[in-house]
Design a protein around this ligand. Structure first.
Ligand code: NDP
Ligand code: 8X3
Length: 254
């Protein structure tokens, strides 16, 4: 296994959920993280918890390309020796049938899950290559593999992430940069609260009377994939709660 203390991990979406759990996991192993997200108070609390020598924070919105370029160009030493990019920031908004959705919600998901993710990867990739290799981890979803009602644009953004990760692998032949797409299913984080815009009743329903995965489960899988020997590339990890399974085809009958 790779020495985990050598990790310097740039994380988008570290103020909550998988990104925050991954920051804790890498620092627990002795690594360094650059924790990013929009909510600066949460970033400051995370840095206070993990220690400024292990956790550098940058408040940013992944949709703001110019701000991303400036923030990434200004990362101070020793945090600038990034060897893992965790492109995790993302969201689902709404679960209505396509014809009833708010087009602004679709646009926000595309801007964040697709455009924000490609800015992150594109801006950090040359550095990984120049430093002799590294690892890009993207956050896809089972929603990028399987269809479900109300999942239209969210699932499509995650299908984009899946194909982007596979195509990156092709482009990166010989560069010693690994690429892994993590595709979780039902996992209890703030994801559902964001999807249902703060409605706690609707947000808790997917997790009611069942056992979902938690953020630490996903962080452990991310950490595992990046800790494997350098000659091993995990292309994707599709994971579900044991309580979740794939449904049947849906036949409409008169
Ligand atoms: P959370 O809502 O708990 O965390 C999402 C993170 O993304 C937050 O830190 C948030 O930070 C950040 N984020 C959202 N929009 C932006 C933005 N415009 N700029 C910067 N950061 C942003 O959700 P999860 O941890 O569950 O989700 C993480 C990823 O995993 C997402 O891509 C999600 O689609 C995916 N996923 C989640 C699953 C689940 O069931 N939970 C299953 C499969 C995939 P802030 O608001 O401070 O900016
Ligand atoms: C998050 C999981 O099933 O809500 O990607 O789309 S799901």
């Amino acid at each position: 296994l790779l020495d985990p203390s050598r990790f310097t991990v740039f994380i988008t979406g570290a103020t909550s959920g998988f990104g925050e759990a991954a920051a804790r996991r890498y620092v627990a192993a002795g690594g360094k993280v650059i924790a990013t997200g929009r909510r600066e108070d949460r970033l400051e609390a995370l840095r206070d918890e993990l220690g400024a020598e292990h956790c550098h924070i940058i408040a940013l919105d992944v949709r703001d390309r110019a701000a991303m370029e400036a923030a990434i160009a200004a990362i101070p030493a020793p945090f600038d020796q990034i060897n893992v990019v965790l492109a995790n920031a993302g969201l689902a908004l709404g679960l209505q049938p396509a014809a009833e959705t708010d087009l602004n919600d679709w646009e926000t998901m595309i801007d964040t899950n697709i455009k924000g993710l490609v800015y992150t990867v594109r801006l950090l990739l040359p550095g990984l290559i120049a430093r002799g290799g590294g690892h890009v981890v993207t956050l896809g979803s089972v929603a990028g593999e399987y269809a479900y009602p109300g999942g239209s644009v969210y699932g499509a953004t995650k299908a984009f992430v899946k194909q982007f990760a596979l195509n990156l692998r092709s482009d990166l032949q010989g560069k010693k940069v690994r690429v892994t797409n993590i595709e979780p299913g039902l996992t209890e984080t703030e994801f559902s609260l964001v999807r249902f815009k703060g409605d706690e009743g609707k947000a808790s329903a997917p997790y009611a009377r069942t056992e979902a995965m938690n953020a630490e489960d996903i962080a452990e899988s991310i950490f595992w994939a990046t800790s494997l020997p350098a000659h091993v590339n995990i292309n994707k990890i599709e994971m579900m709660a044991t309580t979740q399974a794939i449904g049947p085809f849906d036949i409409y009958r008169e």
